[in-house]
Design a protein around this ligand. Structure first.
Ligand code: ARG
Length: 406
C-alpha cells in the first residue's frame, strides 16, 4: 500500500501553511494543496513553491474566477438571495465551489482524505463538509483546527518558525478577513463589540461615504435572462464587470454593511462586509424584475429568495431543495432582459430609469391623464366582491360602534 494522500484546501495563510506540515507529520501523508482563485487580492503568485517548501508533494492553483461568477454568483443574484435581508454572501457562495474543486482534485489524485482550515465555530466548516459529503460521499474529511494543540496565533507562529515553514509574519492585523470578487467579510478585534462603530481601518475596499467624491456617477446595467451582460454598454466579461463595479462602488462608498447575523452553529456574530458590486447588481436586478414579473410571481419569488439565501448560508448549495428552487428561479428569469440606469453617490445607489421589451408596465393603464384606458367603473363591482368578507366580518364584530362607545 502506498502512502496516505491528503488534499488540503490551501490559502497560503498561517493556518493552512501549518496544516500542511501538521498533517504530513501526523499521518505520514503525501499532501496535495488546492488553491482556488476567486478574485481575492492576496498574492497567488509563488503559492505553488510556497506549498512545496511547506511540505506538499503537489500543488494546484486554479483560476476559478469566471466559473465563480457565472455558475455561483449569478445563481444567487438571479434568486435575489440576501441572507437575513442584507448579506450578499460572498463567503457562503464561494465555499461550495472551493469544496467541489477540492473533491475533484482528491479523486483525480487518488486521495482518500481532504482537509480544510475552517474553525469549529464557524459556518464555513459546514459549507465545506456538507458539500464534500454530497459530492464525494466516500472522502474522509479532516478539520485540523478543531483538534490541534495550538491555542493562539502566537503558538502557530512558534510552530512555523520551529519547522521552518515560510509564513509572512506581517504586522498582525486585528481582523480576520475573507475576500473574493463578490465581497469582503471582516471580523474579530474591536468588531466583536456590537456597541462600537467599526473603525475606519477595518474597511478594505470602500471609502467612507462622507469622503466619497462630490459628483454622482451614472451607470447602466444590461440584463439578459436575469444575468448582467453589460456595464455602460461596454464591459461584457463577467469577471471584468464585477471588478469594475467593485472599483466604482468602492470609490463612492457603496456596499458597506454592518451586520449581526445568526450563524448555523447557533451563535450570533457581528461582521462587517464590503460588497459594492453585489449591492449595485442586486438593486438593479430587483428593479428590472419589478417591471417584468407578474404580481404573483414577484411575491412568490420574494419568499423563494429568502429560502435560497438560507440554503446557501447554511451550506446546502448542492441539496435537492436548492436544485428545485434554482429551476424555479431560472424559469422566472426567462424574460428578465432589459436595462437599468442607476446613480451612485456618497454611499447610495439610486434608480434613475429602467426599461425592457418585456415590461408589463402599461402607461395607458397607469396614467392619470385623458389617455387613461383603465375601466374605473369596473372597480365598483370588483370592490363589492373583494371587500365582501371584510364587510361580513365588520358587521359581526362592529368595531366602529364599539370604538364610539368607549
Ligand atoms: N459570516 C460570514 C459567513 O458566514 C463570513 C465568514 C468568514 N469571515 C471572515 N472574516 N473570515 O458567510
Amino acid at each position: 500500500m502506498g502512502k496516505v494522500k491528503i488534499a488540503v484546501a490551501y490559502s497560503g495563510g498561517l493556518d493552512t501553511s501549518i496544516i500542511v506540515k501538521w498533517l504530513k507529520d501526523k499521518y505520514d501523508a503525501d499532501i496535495i494543496t488546492v488553491t482556488g482563485d476567486l478574485g481575492q487580492r492576496a498574492e497567488l503568485e509563488g503559492l505553488e513553491e510556497k506549498a512545496k517548501l511547506t511540505g506538499a508533494v503537489k500543488s494546484y492553483v486554479l483560476d476559478l474566477r469566471k466559473e465563480f461568477i457565472t455558475d455561483y454568483v449569478w445563481t444567487a443574484l438571479k434568486a435575489g438571495a440576501l441572507y437575513e435581508g442584507i448579506y450578499p454572501m460572498a463567503c457562503a457562495i464561494g465555499r461550495p465551489l472551493l469544496a467541489k474543486v477540492l473533491a475533484e482534485v482528491a479523486i483525480k489524485e487518488g486521495a482518500d482524505i481532504v482537509a480544510h482550515g475552517c474553525t469549529g465555530k464557524g459556518n464555513d466548516q459546514v459549507r465545506f463538509e456538507v458539500a464534500i459529503q454530497t459530492l464525494a460521499p466516500d472522502l474522509k474529511i479532516l478539520a485540523p483546527l478543531r483538534e490541534w494543540e495550538f491555542k493562539s496565533r502566537e503558538e502557530e507562529i512558534d510552530y512555523a518558525v520551529e519547522n521552518k515553514i515560510p509564513v509572512k509574519v506581517t504586522k498582525a492585523s486585528p481582523y480576520s478577513i475573507d475576500e473574493n470578487l463578490w465581497g469582503i467579510a471582516i471580523e474579530c478585534g474591536v468588531l466583536e463589540d456590537p456597541t462600537v462603530a467599526p473603525p475606519e481601518d477595518a474597511y478594505q475596499i470602500t471609502v467612507d461615504p462622507k469622503y466619497a467624491p462630490p459628483q454622482a456617477e451614472t451607470i447602466t446595467i444590461n440584463f439578459e435572462k436575469g444575468i448582467p451582460v453589460g456595464l455602460n454598454g461596454k464591459i461584457t466579461d463577467p469577471v471584468e464587470l464585477v471588478t469594475a463595479l467593485n472599483q466604482l462602488g468602492g470609490k463612492h462608498g457603496i456596499g458597506r454593511l454592518d451586520v449581526i447575523e445568526n450563524r448555523v452553529v447557533g451563535i450570533k456574530s457581528r461582521e462587517i462586509y464590503e460588497a459594492p458590486a453585489a449591492v449595485i447588481l442586486n438593486t438593479a436586478h430587483t428593479e428590472i424584475e419589478k417591471l417584468i414579473l407578474d404580481k404573483d410571481t414577484f411575491r412568490f419569488k420574494q419568499d423563494v429568495s429568502n429560502r435560497v439565501a438560507n440554503l446557501i448560508y447554511d451550506g446546502l448549495w448542492f441539496s435537492p431543495l436548492f436544485n428545485s428552487l434554482k429551476a424555479f428561479v431560472d424559469a422566472t428569469q426567462e424574460n428578465v432582459t432589459g436595462e437599468v440606469t442607476l446613480e451612485v453617490y456618497k454611499g447610495n445607489v439610486r434608480i434613475l430609469a429602467r426599461s425592457s421589451k418585456y415590461s408589463l408596465y402599461n402607461k395607458d393603464l397607469a396614467t392619470y391623464t385623458s389617455d387613461d384606458t383603465f375601466d374605473h367603473k369596473a372597480a365598483e363591482g370588483f370592490l363589492s366582491i373583494y371587500g365582501l368578507p371584510y364587510k361580513t366580518w365588520g358587521k359581526v364584530t362592529n368595531i366602529a360602534k364599539k370604538e364610539v362607545k368607549s
